[in-house]
Design a protein around this ligand. Structure first.
Ligand SMILES: Cc1ncc(C[n+]2csc(CCOP(=O)(O)OP(=O)(O)O)c2C)c(N)n1
Ligand SMILES: CC(=O)[C@@H](O)[C@H](O)COP(=O)(O)O
Ligand SMILES: [Mg+2]
Length: 624
């Protein structure tokens, strides 16, 4: 790989401003090599970052961060920004425990103005910052950088609607690469692609601009008609008229890999009053052939071999695959089943469904709220919708789950992927709240499997339910499983894995295996626990729980959710209701946002690994 001689001397955006245009282009090359070298080892969001190298350089060249504020939508494409703002030496620990985050973090740098991770927030945040600036009579630029995928999110439109009317000075850069994680979807995407690909638009736009500029000054009487005519022509042919109509000045489309063109347009935008939308055209994965050819695979990449582009991880199925394959299998015989994703077909395993049953597969874009209510609509009309969604992104659709699905008791299945720790994505992405926020909603059934076989059974079981239900399962690989296994799940029934005395361990989902490891370790110390796989967070198996609680001296609950409001709390509430006052030790995550790092390290840090739990139980046992 090439040397990084220019990059070596860039420690702040100010250093960038000393370079000439040729050097900026060389720097772009160096940054690409740097990204590929580092992310091949750490893993991370490679393709999106390769696509914004020139754009980020141009932004920091033209604007004065941190006085001018740059807000990165989603934030997965902020690596180049991090490199240029003094963090390049920390890339060996990108997304690692105690290393830098893969997303903007205010604690990391004054150049990270607003924290992101979930999509479509940047225009709202930028508008808020700009409004506050105006109230303070300050002068600086506020820039939101948003991708075409993130633009499919409802919040982005809510913000455009508000910003267009407000006449506030604000720059929105639409980074258009025709990709979300997978190919981008939706009518706005089609509209943008038309601007991008139709050479007629470009040619005609230039011609029309020239004609309009040479229309001579005319007598006042016909001036108005000419202006009207100009406007109508513009409306017909100017790309981005959609944005102009809602109050933005549209600049573009611009080649987002041409640094000179970018610098020119940014300088222009800096001096225009009111909201501006700059439309840049980029290639996701630019400069690394494997990422250019497979931008989806290199969106959130695990470590890979630079030469071959092959990933180093092993090829076992994930929980998402188990879900996708099982659902596909049952849907081939049950035509009422439909599958819905909000822009995550691969991540959720619904790619398997899409391949086999495309007419009953719906990718609605990054639009979790819409997805949930869309599912409700399909359910009203007799279908059995499975909305597969990461736990963290389901947070977006909370009201829709309550108002549109649960009040009406509709048979929608929420297939909650990435429940529990997700690891390297950290705070914004951990799935640590769903048990708490779902369990308080009436009418919903909540379950979680201890392993892949049980997930197969739960998917089959969910089909029989006539109301809303959620199945939560973790990120990660599974051991072997049998997709044909019969369903032995009964509503609200837990499973006793070990009979014991003294200690009762109630575990949920992914934590059941840890409970079993704990059991094996404390056996050696002469402690014999009951171990219960709860299976259901709602309805709880009250009878079994009360029976075991009565027999044991103290109770341990284990969950990969925050302790507050989680399954331990549910058990405490149950015991309280029935007047059983025994010590209940609730193990889960504390009342804070959990940082990034690999899952095992985090489990250990939060005392949720089997050794830590074993020690806790033994200590309690000896104190009793
Ligand atoms: C609310 C929400 N839903 C889903 C995601 C998952 N996600 C992260 S990036 C991404 C695609 C973003 O596409 P785009 O904004 O065009 O950026 P690109 O990667 O193409 O540069 C998706 C779906 C998310 N971060 N937030
Ligand atoms: C930025 C974002 O939200 C996604 O790209 C996410 O990082 C994907 O996570 P997985 O790698 O778990 O699919
Ligand atoms: Mg995109």
């Amino acid at each position: 790989m090439s040397e990084h001689s220019l990059l070596e001397n860039i420690n702040t955006p100010y250093d960038l401003k000393k370079l000439n245009k040729n050097e900026l282009e060389l720097l772009a090359k160096e940054i690409r090599c740097f990204l590929i070298e580092n992310v091949s080892k750490t893993g991370g969001h490679l393709a999106s970052n390769l696509g914004v190298v020139e754009l980020t350089i141009a932004l920091h060249y033209v604007f004065n961060s941190p006085i001018d504020k740059i807000i990165w939508d989603v934030g997965h494409q902020s690596y180049v920004h991090k490199i240029l703002t003094g963090r390049k030496n920390k890339f060996d620990k990108l997304r690692k425990f105690n290393g830098i985050s893969g997303f903007p973090k205010r604690c990391e740098s004054i150049h990270d103005v607003f924290e992101t991770g979930h999509s479509s927030t940047s225009i709202s945040a930028a508008l808020g910052i700009a409004k506050a600036r105006d109230l303070n009579n300050e002068k600086y630029s506020v820039i939101s950088v948003i991708g075409d995928g993130a633009l499919t999110g409802g919040m982005a439109f809510e913000a455009l609607n508000d910003a267009g009317r407000s006449k506030t000075n604000l720059i929105v850069i639409l980074n258009h690469n025709e990709m979300s994680i997978s190919e981008n979807v939706g009518s706005i995407s089609m509209y943008l692609s038309k601007i991008r690909t139709d050479p007629y638009y470009f040619r005609f736009k230039k011609d029309i601009e020239n004609i309009m500029n040479i229309i001579p000054p005319i007598g006042k009487s016909i001036y108005k008609s000419v202006e009207k005519l100009k406007y109508s022509i513009k409306q017909l042919v100017v790309p981005g008229m959609l944005f102009e109509e809602i109050g933005f000045k549209y600049l573009g489309p611009i080649d987002g890999h041409d640094i000179n063109a970018l610098i020119e347009v940014l300088n222009r935008a800096k001096n225009i009053e009111g909201p501006i939308l700059i439309h840049t055209i980029t290639k996701k994965g630019k400069g690394y052939i494997h990422a250019e050819q497979n931008p989806d695979k290199f969106h959130s990449a695990s470590p890979f071999n630079i030469q071959t582009g092959e990933f180093k991880k092993n090829g076992r199925d994930t929980y998402s695959d188990v879900f996708g394959k099982t659902l596909t299998k049952i849907a081939l015989n049950d035509h009422s089943i439909v599958a819905i994703t909000a822009a995550m077909p691969d991540g959720t395993g619904l790619n398997h469904f899409a391949e086999k049953i495309p007419d009953r597969f719906f990718d609605v874009g990054i639009a979790e709220q819409h997805a949930a209510t869309f599912a409700a609509g399909m359910a009203i009309n007799g279908y059995k919708p499975y909305f597969a969604v990461y736990s963290t992104f389901l947070q977006r659709a909370y009201d829709q789950v309550i108002h549109d699905i649960c009040i009406q008791k509709l048979p929608v299945v929420l297939a909650i992927d990435r429940a529990g720790l997700v690891g390297e994505d950290g705070e914004t992405h951990q799935g640590l709240f769903d048990i708490s926020f779902l369990r308080i909603i009436p009418n919903i059934v909540i379950m979680s499997p201890k392993n892949a076989d049980e997930l197969v059974e739960m998917i089959k079981f969910s089909r029989t339910l006539t109301g809303p239900c959620a199945i939560r399962y973790p990120r990660g690989k599974v051991d072997s499983y049998d997709i044909n296994r019969k369903c032995n799940i009964q509503l609200g029934k837990a499973e006793i894995l070990s009979e014991g005395n003294t200690v009762a361990i109630f575990a949920f989902g992914n934590m059941v295996n840890i409970a079993l490891e704990v059991r094996d370790k404390i056996y050696k110390e002469g402690v014999y626990p009951y171990v219960v796989n709860l299976r259901f967070a709602k309805p709880l198996d009250s009878e079994l729980i009360l029976d075991i609680a009565n027999k044991a001296k103290y109770i341990i609950t284990i969950e990969d959710n925050v302790i507050n409001g989680g399954i331990g709390s549910a058990i405490l509430e149950l015991l309280n209701k029935f007047g059983i006052y025994k010590p209940v030790v609730r193990l889960g995550f504390p009342d804070k946002f959990i940082e990034h790092g690999d899952v095992n390290t985090l489990l250990k840090k939060y005392n949720l690994d089997s050794d830590s739990i074993k020690e806790k139980i033994i200590r309690l046992y000896r104190e009793m």
